[in-house]
Write a protein that binds this ligand. Sequence first.
Ligand SMILES: [Zn+2]
Length: 75
Amino acid sequence: MSHESHEACCLQCGGRDFATGIHIGLTAEIGDVGLSYKDGLLLIGTEPMRAEICTACGTIRSLYVENVNHHWRTR
Ligand SMILES: [Zn+2]
């Protein structure tokens, strides 16, 4: 097939089914693991990470955040 698709095969198992937008949570505590940002003077927040996985073997294909319009805290 020379048909081009934005959905590549899973590198691990060759599967083509992916689940996106998965919440990444903590097993014991309430809350999300995320990336810190600082908007304005004192507003510090956390942008939760999302994951995309192969539904066949569970390989995490990518990690991303939905909202990129933040001033990221880099230290
Ligand atoms: Zn896979």
